[in-house]
Design a protein around this ligand. Structure first.
Ligand code: DPP
Ligand code: ZN
Length: 876
């Protein structure tokens, strides 16, 4: 794997006009005839050869304009097909014949088989595993697809676009033809064939076109696709209302498969989904599952415009479609649910996943300039930080101008393979603003740190806010420029109202946003009659770290009076984190942590406040996680000390709040049948938070076991089972509950994933032995990515005390697993390996074990490019 540089981008020498593919499906020998019509691009070298990409391919036939092509006119390897002496000005047709083995495709890239179903995954570079092709996102063409297959085994033959027709073929085979009129790059190609059940519906678009909606699932699972269908219809409506985007084919299809590397894939008109993000019913899906399904169905649907109609010029522009589409799905979920609670969940996720990436060896800009393996750039930086950057454009320009910029983008670039610069230009043109400095968000890696101090002067009635920004060095970027950081803010007065300044000096303030653009800048607000409390970075308007030593009195003022719920949650976090860190230091130094009456009283006050929505209160009671605390320390981390300190505080809160938690637990029972709506889910979340606290008191195991035995939905079941397993791992109640759960759900793979994940995340050093034993369990399927992620991934990503046990055995275990998985599924292996990305922030002895385990991987001779790239960057 060589390094590919953005600076080397140039268009292809040949323009692809049309693609016509015929698949003769066979489990081990599928024949593909690709007929590709090209012409030489004007102004290019008239002798340039045509170069097509391949991956593990062997060529079985090659024709030009239907004539055999002499051997001296082409060179072929498994990775390249180079054809010379092509016409200077007339279009020509290249016919490529390949034969591939879907059954043997364990990488799950290209055409493969999952539970007897043929399925494809082509993003980013899977299409070249099907046929030799200019496999890059700036080569767009309309596709005609013919699929021929055994009729009994494959009654369904699906591809992109609209259905053209089909019928019987020969010897028990039949065929179907599809045409996608919208020019698309190869990564959006899809084919599915097999025997599946279907749920059908229709949607009438805003201009009155009727669209057939179909969701395909395994036979018998049709009822579990109802929620996904509902989410799809709501997504289609929302994109019309919010962004004026209408669907553009007469059919939209989703296929759920059980072996899939990603969450889902937005192939034009034929989305393929990890079934985890389609299937749900109250008995088997948690509230989180429902929320994920809603978000991912929306995300893939929204790609139809942001990704498909307007695609990326090259893979460096991945955030152009992903960051933007994540922003769109976040906005959709916020509109469907509680905006503040949704924002809290987003920020928690961003800080838990993206901030560590940006602070470690895998840090890269939202729009990178070099990569060795593009699969490794489907990161939280490209997705989540990319979304935050889009959100900031909206914050900087205001909602209306942002919308205008989006309209310009859709209008100007429909049908294009565009760049980040094209995108930003649309907003510059719509607003008349120069976004050059703002664009650093795309180009500079690292989370900015903003230090804040404030001063109130009663004589002049001025309040000043001094800000200083720094961005730490990241790989390849030692020096950083000052960025444009839009900071939402409010000045809260004593009585809880908001101060409005009569004047502002020192910088640009628009509405409720303060624009930090210099390295250091002081904003002075005039006409402020009494000292206000500053609420800064409201709504997490910028993805930054704040260093602001606000007094607990001020933070409590925000907790009680901020109209913005997100800001209240943030203030509570700012109160809790220092307490958790102090307790961690105490544990490490062998001191007894001090009681924390003020924090505890505040948390309990919020918990009992019935005027606040339950989902918000549940988020507050969740406290910063062990990973949050580790991230805040940044270095020399001891996961055992963090765990012990946090557990101690949870126990103190439980003791002080017993009455509150008893009341919440008994009063928050949802009446009637289960519904997955956000309000009901919020009540469940708060009730389960109470159950979790009550487990620290006498009779905790019995109570959790009773709760487990009496639930009528998977959310409550999982919460009760988690309390049992994580708090009482060795007790009979836990063994009984795990046994009962397994017996009841052993035929449901998605539910079994939860059973594995709960056990993999039991805190403590002994969980490694449990994980190893579970790998021998007959229900563990090593070839299924969801199962591997649920057991091994949950252990390495979400079990700090288990994975980072002091003797380093957790790291050695991961190294063995990486080496075992890599030959079969490099993408999965590389992703798992990123769980080591923060190894340098561990205390020295754990860090030494981690480095040794990484070196074991590094020493292996035949690593995939995927794993090679990650291990070298992590070790550097
Ligand atoms: N399918 C992945 C996503 O939608 C990659 N495009 O984000
Ligand atoms: Zn996406």
């Amino acid at each position: 794997g060589q390094i590919i540089h953005l600076a080397d981008y140039r268009p292809t020498d040949f323009v692809l006009e049309r693609v016509d593919l015929t698949f003769e499906l066979d489990p081990t020998a599928t024949k593909i005839e690709a007929r590709l019509i090209f012409h030489r691009r004007e102004g290019t070298d008239p002798t340039a050869p045509l170069i097509l990409d391949g991956d593990e391919l062997s060529l079985s036939g090659l024709l030009i304009d239907q004539n055999e092509i002499p051997a001296e006119r082409y060179d072929v390897t498994a990775e390249k097909l180079v054809i010379r002496d092509l016409p200077e000005s007339t279009p020509f047709e290249v016919t490529v014949i390949t034969i591939i083995n879907p059954e043997a495709n364990t990488q799950l890239m290209g055409l493969y088989r999952t539970n007897g179903v043929y399925c494809t995954q082509c993003e980013a570079e899977g299409f070249r595993r099907i046929t030799y092709f200019p496999d890059r996102p700036d080569v767009l063409a309309p596709y005609t697809i013919t699929i021929i297959a055994d009729k009994a085994a494959n009654p369904l033959l699906l591809s992109n676009g609209n259905f053209l027709g089909g019928g019987n073929y020969d010897e028990g085979r039949h065929f179907a033809a599809w045409f996608d009129p919208h020019p698309k790059p190869s990564y959006l190609f899809a084919l599915v064939a097999g025997d599946l059940g279907v749920v059908e519906d229709t949607f009438e678009t805003m201009s009155g076109n009727e669209v057939a909606l179909k969701i395909y699932v395994e036979h018998g699972k049709e009822p579990r696709a109802a929620y996904a269908m509902d989410a799809l219809k709501r997504s289609m409506k929302w994109d019309e209302e919010r962004f004026g985007r209408e669907y553009d084919l007469n059919i939209f299809q989703i296929v759920a498969v059980s072996d899939f590397n990603m969450g889902a894939m937005e192939n034009k008109g034929l989305n393929v989904f990890n079934d985890k993000y389609v299937l749900a019913d109250p008995e088997t899906a948690t509230d989180q599952d429902y929320a994920n399904i809603e978000a991912i169905i929306a995300h893939e649907y929204f790609h139809n415009w942001t990704g498909n109609r307007i695609t990326c010029r090259d893979w460096f522009q991945l955030c152009l479609k992903e960051g933007l589409t994540v922003f769109r799905d976040h906005e959709f979920s916020a509109d469907q649910r509680s905006r503040a609670v949704k924002r809290i969940a987003e920020v928690r996720h961003l800080k838990a996943e993206q901030f560590p990436e940006d602070a470690g060896p895998l840090a890269h800009p939202v729009r990178p300039t070099a990569y060795r393996e593009i699969n490794n750039f489907y990161t939280t930086t490209v997705y989540e930080k990319g979304s935050e950057v889009t959100r900031m454009i909206q914050t900087v320009l205001g909602r209306d101008t942002f919308k205008k910029g989006m309209d310009v983008y859709f209008e100007r670039h429909d049908g294009d393979a565009a760049t980040v610069e094209d995108f930003v230009k649309c907003f510059e043109d719509a607003s008349g603003k120069d976004l050059k400095q703002f664009s650093l968000w795309y180009h500079q890696a690292g989370t900015p740190l903003v230090s804040v101090s404030t001063a109130y002067d009663s004589a002049s009635q001025t309040f000043s806010v001094s800000l200083e920004q720094t961005v730490q060095a990241t790989p390849g970027q030692p020096n950083k420029e000052p960025m444009h950081i839009p900071l939402g803010f409010a000045l809260l007065l004593d009585n809880g109202s908001l101060a409005s300044a009569s004047s502002v000096k020192g910088g640009d303030v628009t509405g409720e946003v303060l624009h930090l653009t210099e390295r250091a800048q002081t904003f002075t607000f005039g006409g402020i009659g009494s000292r206000p409390v500053l609420s800064l970075n409201r709504g997490f308007s910028a993805p930054i770290n704040l260093h602001f030593e606000q007094s607990s009195t001020d933070l409590l003022h925000i907790v009680r009076h901020e109209p913005d719920l997100f800001a209240r949650w943030q203030a509570l976090t700012d109160l809790a984190l220092p307490v958790l860190m102090k307790a961690t230091r105490d544990v490490r130094d062998g001191r007894q942590p001090e009681p924390q009456a003020e924090l505890i009283a505040t948390l309990l006050e919020v918990a009992a406040d019935d005027t606040l929505e339950p989902a918000f209160r549940a988020q507050v009671l969740a406290l910063p996680s062990e990973a949050d605390i580790a991230r805040e320390f940044g270095s020399n981390n001891d996961p055992d000390a963090i765990h012990a300190a946090r557990q101690g505080i949870l126990a103190d809160i439980a003791k002080a709040g017993q009455a509150t938690f008893e009341t919440l637990f008994t009063s928050l029972v949802n009446e009637g049948d289960f519904t997955p709506d956000a309000a009901s889910a919020g009540r469940r979340a708060l009730r389960n938070a109470a159950l979790s606290y009550l487990s620290y008191l006498d009779g905790g195991a019995t109570r959790a076991a009773e709760a487990f035995a009496s639930t009528n939905n998977m959310t409550d079941t999982i919460q009760a089972l988690t309390v049992l397993a994580h708090r009482f791992p060795g007790q009979s109640e836990t063994a009984n509950a795990l046994g009962a759960f397994l017996k009841r759900f052993q035929d449901n793979a998605l539910v079994l994933d939860k059973w594995f994940a709960i056990q993999a995340t039991i805190p403590g050093a002994s969980t490694l032995a449990r994980v190893k034993a579970l790998m021998e369990d007959p229900h563990f399927v090593a070839s299924n990515p969801n199962r591997v992620r649920s057991l091994i991934g949950s252990f390495t990503f979400s079990n700090p005390t288990g994975f980072s046990r002091a003797d380093g055995e957790g790291y050695r275990f991961l190294a063995q697993q990486i080496l075992a998985i890599d030959p079969k599924n490099p993408q999965l292996a590389a992703r798992l390996l990123t769980s080591m990305r923060s190894w340098r922030s561990l205390e020295p002895s754990r860090a030494a074990h981690a480095e040794a385990a990484l070196s074991e991987i590094d020493k292996a001779l035949s690593l995939s490019t995927d794993v090679r790239d990650i291990v070298e960057r992590i070790l550097k």
